[in-house]
Design a protein around this ligand. Structure first.
Ligand code: ARG
Length: 459
């Protein structure tokens, strides 16, 4: 007999069964489902709602089912709809009628959200581990190339010299905000919903705090209707994942640019590049491109879930079953992205020949020339105009600033003196000695702070 079709005389239509079934994806919740059920059985016994002996039989049955699923020996049945019913039916098959007592004081509505919360907690803490791994890789690459200078870009035009380490540490900052957001996810998902039942709460003397403690939650939900229909924690993760992917995609884009022949700033390790099937000379940054591509997919999952939720009346509605595939896919995509990304970043080789060549193009020290005039008394706005004229002049002559003689400088401003030739990439960097700036001392300090943060995360 079916466990859920008690009042119906007809069996579900085959198409309907196929349409509503979720076992092919929610089987992934089996460990969480069984952990939740074992805690529930233990609580029922403590509260004398079932006997100790019954709780033991249920627990043993559930443990052996966990083995069956883990070892791929479990027969999932479509007509049983989902992972919860499959496990319960198997339990009854194994331990007899006593298995039917497990669902006392519980509904699939509070059960499924418990399972998903447990899953989300694990996902968020795995994500935090991976984020820290990537932070270490970024800091490692920055440290290994501490003295490398490259153009800093605005509008993708060379703007001012920066240390490569400074550029990389910008991504460390983004990662740190990602870490914050996933910590926040963890804090908010940490609410135990059992006891909410189907909608109104359960009519038994349950001990919800005991359940929370057994299952590692620090709080219990305060409104049963909210608890069975709340999926904010899924959205929290998906939103954090979207921002996180956006950050990875930005660096992926730079890696794609930098590894092009036009930039030539880096070389990807062969293990993280692919060849072309027809052009033997190619070494393509496919991993970075896929990271960029998969970002769209993660945004899509977030959007889908927001739309699923937007017009749901309280409380549980079957629409909520649509939460899982997108969530699982988001977690899988993000975790695998972080893993390959970390490998790719840690094996990057920086090509200083080309970063140095790039610094020679584009009058990258123009701001420094303007600052020079300002220090000699010119107002910044007119200094800017003077240097703009100088850039035009030098450009026409096809010469760099260093190649102009002092008389030529003086045509633009009498304030120019011999010391204008001491303006260099090094002086430009050193001048930006402000917190958050690219002066070597500041970057050194930022690196130390980053390492300290990672040390704290480990300790
Ligand atoms: N498979 C369902 C889900 O994912 C479980 C809860 C079903 N509850 C119900 N009342 N039909 O949401």
């Amino acid at each position: 007999m079916s466990l859920i079709r008690g009042r119906f005389r007809k069996a579900a239509d085959k198409l309907v069964a196929e349409y509503t079934v979720s076992t092919h994806f929610d089987w992934r919740l089996y460990r969480q489902d069984i952990a939740g059920s074992i805690a529930h059985a233990k609580m029922l016994a403590r509260q004398q709602i079932i006997s100790e002996r019954e709780a033991e039989a249920i627990t043993e049955g559930l443990e052996s089912i966990r083995e069956e699923i883990a070892q791929d020996r479990f027969q999932f049945k479509t007509e049983l709809e989902d992972i919860h019913m499959n496990i319960e039916a198997r339990l009854i098959e194994k331990v007899g009628e006593v298995g039917g007592k497990l669902h006392t004081a519980r509904s699939r509505n509070d059960q499924v959200t418990l399972d998903l919360r447990l899953f989300a907690k694990e996902a968020a803490s795995d994500t935090l581990d991976s984020l820290r791994g990537l932070q270490r890789a970024i800091v490692g690459l920055a440290e290994a190339n501490k003295s490398v200078v490259m153009p800093g870009y605005t509008h993708l035009q060379p703007a001012q010299p920066v240390l490569l380490a400074h550029h990389l540490l910008a991504y460390f900052e983004m990662l740190q905000r990602d870490v914050d957001r996933f910590c926040d996810c963890l804090r908010r998902v940490d609410v135990m919903p059992l006891g909410s039942g189907a909608v109104a709460g359960v009519a038994y003397d349950v001990d919800r705090d005991f359940l929370a403690c057994e299952l590692g939650f620090s709080r219990i939900s305060q409104n049963s209707m909210d608890a069975v229909s709340d999926r904010d924690f899924v959205l929290d993760y998906e939103a954090a994942a979207s921002l996180c992917m956006m950050h990875r995609s930005r660096l992926a884009e730079e890696i794609i640019l930098w590894s092009s022949q036009e930039f030539g700033f880096i070389e990807l390790d062969e293990a993280y590049a692919t060849g072309s099937s027809i052009m033997p000379q190619k070494k393509n940054p496919d991993i970075a491109e896929l990271v960029r591509g998969k970002t769209g997919r993660v945004y899509g999952r977030l959007t889908a879930m927001l739309v699923t939720m937007k017009a749901l009346p309280l409380s549980y509605n079957r629409d909520l079953q649509e939460d899982k595939e997108g969530f699982f896919d988001t977690v899988d995509t993000l975790l695998s992205t972080l893993e390959v990304f970390t490998g790719m970043v840690s094996t990057i080789r920086v090509r200083t020949e080309d970063t140095e060549r790039a610094l020679k193009r584009g009058y990258i020290l123009a701001t420094d020339l303007a600052d020079y005039l300002v220090k000699k008394g010119e107002a910044f706005r007119s200094a800017h105009g003077i240097v703009a004229g100088l850039v035009g002049y030098a450009g026409e002559k096809g010469r760099s600033f260093a190649e102009l003689d002092l008389n030529e400088y003086k045509k633009f401003s009498p304030l120019f003196e011999e010391d204008v030739y001491s303006i260099s990439v090094a002086s430009s960097l050193a001048a930006r000695n402000v917190v958050g700036g690219t002066a070597p001392g500041q970057v050194e300090r930022a690196l130390a702070t980053a390492k300290k943060l990672m040390g704290e995360a480990e300790g």
